[in-house]
Design a binder for this molecule. Structure first.
Ligand SMILES: C[S@@+](CC[C@H](N)C(=O)[O-])C[C@H]1O[C@@H](n2cnc3c(N)ncnc32)[C@H](O)[C@@H]1O
Length: 307
């Protein structure tokens, strides 16, 4: 497979930061975590990944901001079981099915959560080539070697689309011009489920990337999201102090040290807007968590309208 569109310098910096993440994750993977009723203990244990900001997170309980126009797709965790951001992931990923695209899987920390028989194939789009061997080894150890396909590309359409074409998932005559691609409906989509876990904070043009992912979803397909976001400090549930800390970390070089990770993204808004040109999402269930901390999260499911 050809080398992805990714500049060497950028790739090196990204990978060096991701190596830090990987090390921190494996260092903490043995720590105890809450076991969800819907997930096997091993899965929950494996996904317990202390985020670099862990010590700074003061868990103050769930502040839900659910938006939906149909009944919930599946149960979310009772708030008592949510002790950290890693606890948000199992109930969301348990909803994956069909042909799945996992954006930025890293070393495959979440792979134990993707063993459902409802999943036919998984494509992990990981631009950091240095993580591929670990990703491949994880797929083998989880018994997913046949199902898991590593895509050496990022989420950007100019990178992802040619890779999908090479894989035979998209026609080679797909019109890749931004005008066409960003209509959200250049065809019937490719994936039944797209997963974004702790990745949209570091993609260069988040709004554009999410719109492109929307396009790649099949009608009725699900976008599963667990992402840290900007503190909603202007709302009663947010925190001016936490927002100030986010700004301070930014000034101190957070993004540089953390592989382009940005603490100030309004990801929930971008997710909702992505379907605007197509009449909106069929279903949105996004919940906000840890809103008084410098690492608030949004997690949930967005479903594309069936045709
Ligand atoms: C914080 S890690 C999260 C890994 C994994 N999703 C998890 O939850 O354990 C961020 C991942 O996003 C990847 N990444 C960074 N920029 C990306 C991009 N533009 N497109 C796709 N993945 C990207 C990184 O290489 C890294 O593996």
């Amino acid at each position: 497979m050809s080398k992805p569109f990714f500049s060497r310098a950028k790739s090196w910096r990204l990978c060096s930061k991701q190596a830090v993440y990987a090390t921190m994750r494996s260092a903490g993977s043995g720590s105890r975590s809450a076991v969800s009723a819907t997930n096997p203990p091993s899965a929950s244990r494996t996904t317990r990944s202390p985020w670099p900001m862990g010590p700074l997170i003061i868990l103050t309980g769930r502040i839900a901001n659910r938006e939906s126009n149909t009944p919930a797709l599946s149960a979310t965790q009772p708030s008592a079981q949510i002790r950290g951001s890693s606890d948000l992931i199992p109930p969301i990923l348990s909803q994956a099915s069909g042909v799945v695209l996992d954006i930025g899987p890293g070393t495959g920390t979440q792979m134990p959560l993707l063993r459902s028989p409802a999943i036919r194939a998984i494509y992990g789009a990981e631009p950091c080539l240095g993580l591929h061997s670990e990703l491949r080894a994880r797929a083998a150890s989880e018994g997913l070697a046949d199902k898991y396909h590593i895509l050496p590309c990022g989420v950007e359409a100019c990178d992802l689309i040619p890779t999908l074409q090479t894989q035979g998932l998209l026609d080679h005559d797909t019109d890749m011009s931004p005008a066409h691609w960003s209509t959200g409906n250049p065809g019937d989509g490719v994936f039944d489920t797209i997963i974004c876990v702790r990745v949209l904070c570091s993609v260069p043009n988040m709004q554009r990337a999410i719109r492109d992912l929307y396009t790649l979803l099949r009608p009725g397909g699900k976008l599963l999201v667990v992402e840290h976001v900007v503190n909603p400090w202007r709302t009663p549930k947010g925190s001016v102090v936490a927002r100030g800390l986010q700004a301070m970390y930014g000034v101190l070089g957070w993004s540089w040290y953390m592989g382009n990770c940005c603490l100030n993204r309004d990801t929930a808004d971008a997710l909702k807007m992505a379907a605007e040109m197509d009449g909106g999402w069929e279903f949105v269930e996004l919940e906000r968590w840890f809103e008084t901390t410098p690492m608030p999260y949004v997690s949930g499911v967005l479903v594309k309208r069936p045709r």
